[in-house]
Design a binder for this molecule. Structure first.
Ligand code: 48H
Length: 257
């Protein structure tokens, strides 16, 4: 067989465009491919929802690759151990209630399962704005991350979504855009973003679950972004809350549709 570079190029272009066209109108659009976003993508796609996930970076996995201070092991508490089993991630008990897993195995397993479940995953794509109709967020405004990084003046494209999930981590990027540009109250006591507090693992892990919820019409918040939105503390390199939050947001959206 003689390989033809033009066939290779056409195959990539056509197949990618099919995927992108499919993603112009989805049930759920997820912003951020860290652990909470990927877990949400897995559960939603497994339940038959049309899901697109947009990640700014070339690689998925967010803050999970680096474990704690680049020691690439993660800690997961008892409550979230069952999620490690769902994704077939090997773990070891460290002491009662504390389990460790290899961060690379954890990220790759969750990514793989989310993609196999049918979520369309777009890396190198940044969400820069939202679309709003009659007081509800109805879609996302996306652009190539290299366009954003180079500061090029290139207009974005738009996708429609039944629900949007902000899983952008510490940055709460979708919520920041909504606060800045839209006349919309968030479901916090002040109606505004509260901001993340200092480290307190026990409280943070509990609050991550409480804070995983709908935050304004059309938008849910999960993972680290949920704590930052509602003023919860950070938890450091324990990842059970991120996994459980990803599952909870999927359950909330499935229950509402
Ligand atoms: C596209 C975007 C955009 C955008 C950001 O930070 P993450 O890993 O998020 P979580 O919440 O799933 O997990 C948090 C965890 O990794 C963590 O940081 C913990 C537990 N910290 C505790 C502590 O004390 O510090 O992933 C978010 C992803 C990243 O990959 C970003 O690149 C991406 O979102 N992202 N993607 N468009 N506008 N903004």
């Amino acid at each position: 067989m003689v390989l033809d570079e033009i066939v290779i190029s056409k195959a990539i272009i056509e197949r990618f465009l099919e995927k992108l066209l499919q993603a112009t109108d989805v049930d759920v659009a997820i912003v951020g491919g860290g652990p909470s976003g990927l877990v949400a993508a897995y559960y939603l796609a497994s339940a038959g929802k049309k899901v697109a996930l947009f990640e700014r970076k070339l690689s998925l996995g967010g803050g999970m690759w680096g474990g704690g201070m680049m020691f690439n092991e993660i800690v997961v508490q008892d409550e979230a151990r069952e999620i490690l089993d769902v994704f077939d991630i090997r773990y070891r008990e460290y002491q009662q209630g504390y389990y460790t897993a290899d961060a690379v195995l954890a990220v790759t397993s969750i990514c793989s399962q989310a993609a196999r479940a049918g979520a369309s995953i777009f890396n190198c794509v940044s969400v820069e704005d939202v679309m709003i109709r009659e007081g509800r967020v109805t879609g996302l405004v996306i652009n190539w991350s290299p366009v954003e990084m180079a500061g090029l003046h290139v207009d974005p494209l738009t996708i429609a979504a039944g629900s949007v999930i902000d899983t952008t981590g510490h940055a709460t990027e979708v919520l920041k855009v909504i606060e800045r540009k839209a006349d919309m109250q968030l479901a916090t006591p002040s109606g505004k973003l509260v901001g993340e507090r200092s480290m307190w693992a026990e409280k943070a892990e509990r609050l991550t679950m409480d804070n995983t919820r709908q935050i304004c019409p059309g938008v849910y918040v999960a993972g680290m972004s949920a704590n930052a939105a509602f003023g919860g503390p950070r938890m450091g390199p324990i990842f059970g809350g991120m996994l459980l939050s990803g599952r909870k947001v999927a359950e909330l959206i499935l229950a509402s549709s």
